[in-house]
Ligand binder design. Structure first.
Ligand SMILES: CC(=O)N[C@H]1[C@@H](OP(=O)(O)OP(=O)(O)OC[C@H]2O[C@@H](n3ccc(=O)[nH]c3=O)[C@H](O)[C@@H]2O)O[C@H](CO)[C@@H](O)[C@@H]1O
Ligand SMILES: C=C(OP(=O)(O)O)C(=O)O
Length: 436
């Protein structure tokens, strides 16, 4: 089977789908299992490629991982004796390998971390990660194909302020500080719900972590941690992606598993655009109530703001809103490349280097096209599209579903990295497509 999907668009998506645990949490909780002396159990795990990649990396380091219908059993008892070979095979497959640093330094005193993958939506440097590790006392050497890192003695707690509330760097600090000697304080920390759930996991394992309201996290290092049992929080990015698909196609989707508290900023925006939703104990129904959608001014931000990963799917719905919408992307400098394909389908979208519609951000006065102006509504026409990255790819899929005619979408396996069984879900929602 090729990596190509033919999508016959123009039909509203309607029906029910289920989202399971968050991609951006599950992979980190799996790494946390490396810190425990006993086995861990993680529930509500989706079958996505990022989980398979982290499973492969953990197994390489001697962790036994068994999967049973959405439950992972992770046993790290053999990590010390593992023979790590062929780590290069895991290079460029996701961003998670960098988070192995702290746990491996505590267990083995050294590690080789292959070059990272993940979506190409900006430069995505790892300077904050390396600064953090060095401040704990680790020695980092750049090598061909990755970095070698070692801890000449036990890592020491430290005081760090992040230049920007990076999700990954905050997780790096947490996974390192919990077993470092003494106190660690992080200012300007990221506080995304997925990070809070990682803190829940670490606390279950025996860590002592407090989170203040002003983005300050304090950790008292402990000598040993146990395994954990935990049910992953739900994937708010996948939920918002299906919500945007409902809006763009004029449909009605019940997302079982979607939760309100982690989606407040998205739900406010969804309502301002003219979408409607109802929340119950098991999920959220997202629907287009008929009539015109409204244009908006939107800025992506760190939590509790409107998250950047929600931006790309929503932009497709904004092509169907009446008037001029402005979207200012402040998290990544290069996350509008996916709009080229939308323009090719008939959307009117201009991108700008200026910080439009909000506060000046880190990317202003530089060479980054990080603001977009979308003029709508414009009917979308079928086209031949190539998936550029995970969210951009899902956005293209939504555009193809909203467009009249048959589009070909190439490179759809990229979407498997973060959307569980997305083709089954499309089928359940009445989409008309076939795989080549
Ligand atoms: C696997 C995972 O959880 N991915 C998420 C995580 O990515 P990730 O953890 O990579 O994102 P970060 O929050 O670290 O990145 C935010 C910004 O900080 C910059 N930065 C980051 C680290 C660093 O060492 N130096 C640096 O300059 C990045 O280039 C980016 O501009 O959070 C992002 C922001 O919510 C989400 O879009 C991603 O889906
Ligand atoms: C940017 C994303 O993921 P990653 O950090 O894994 O590339 C995403 O999930 O949209």
């Amino acid at each position: 089977m090729t990596d190509l999907l033919y999508v016959n668009g123009g039909t509203p998506l309607s029906g029910e789908i289920t989202v399971r645990g968050a991609k951006n949490f599950v992979s980190k909780a799996m790494v946390a299992a490396l810190l425990g002396e006993g086995p861990s159990v993680l529930r509500n795990v989706p079958q996505i490629r990022d989980v398979a990649v982290v499973t492969g990396l953990l197994e390489l380091h001697g962790v036994t991982v068994t999967a049973d219908d959405g439950t992972l059993h992770l046993d790290p008892s053999n990590v010390e004796s593992a023979h790590v070979a062929d780590i290069d095979a895991h290079a460029r497959s996701s961003r998670i390998p960098i988070l192995f640093c702290g746990p491996l330094l505590h267990r083995l005193g050294e590690a080789f971390i292959p070059d990272l993958g993940g979506c190409r939506i900006g430069d995505r440097p790892i300077n904050y990660h390396l600064d953090i590790l060095r401040q704990f006392g680790a020695v980092v050497d750049k090598r061909e194909g990755g970095i070698h890192i070692r801890a000449p003695r036990r890592l020491q707690g430290t005081k760090i302020a992040l230049p920007y509330p990076s999700v990954g760097a905050t997780e790096q600090l947490l996974l390192t500080a919990v077993r470092a000697e003494g106190l660690t304080e992080l200012s300007n920390a990221a506080i995304e719900p997925e990070i809070m759930d990682l803190i829940n996991v670490l606390q279950k394992m025996g860590a002592i972590i407090s989170v203040d309201t002003d983005r300050v996290i304090r950790i008292e290092g402990v000598d040993r941690l146990n395994g954990f049992q935990h049910t992953a929080l739900s994937d708010r990015i996948e939920a918002a992606s299906w919500a945007s698909a409902a809006l763009a196609t004029g449909g009605d989707i019940y997302v079982r598993g979607a939760t309100q508290p982690e989606m407040t900023a998205f739900l406010n925006t969804f309502r301002k655009v003219g979408g409607e939703f109802t929340v119950d104990d098991d999920g959220i129904r997202f629907f287009h109530p008929g009539g015109d959608l409204r244009s908006i001014v939107l800025e992506t931000d760190v939590h509790p703001g409107f998250m950047t990963d929600w931006q790309q799917p929503l932009v497709v719905a904004l092509t169907q809103a009446k008037g001029l919408s402005i979207v200012h992307e402040t998290v990544y400098e290069n996350r509008f490349g996916f709009t080229d394909a939308l323009r090719g389908m008939g959307a009117t979208i201009q991108v700008y280097k200026e910080c439009l519609g909000g506060w000046p951000c880190r990317f202003g006065q530089r060479n980054f096209y990080h603001s977009a102006v979308i003029s709508g509504p414009t009917p979308l026409a079928a086209a031949d599209i190539e998936v550029p990255d995970l969210r951009g790819g899902f956005s293209h899929l939504i555009a193809a579903l909203a467009a009249k005619g048959t589009s070909s979408v190439r490179g759809i396996s990229l979407i498997d990295r973060g959307y569980e069984h997305f083709m089954d879900k499309l089928g359940a929602l009445g989409a008309d497509f076939s795989r080549d």
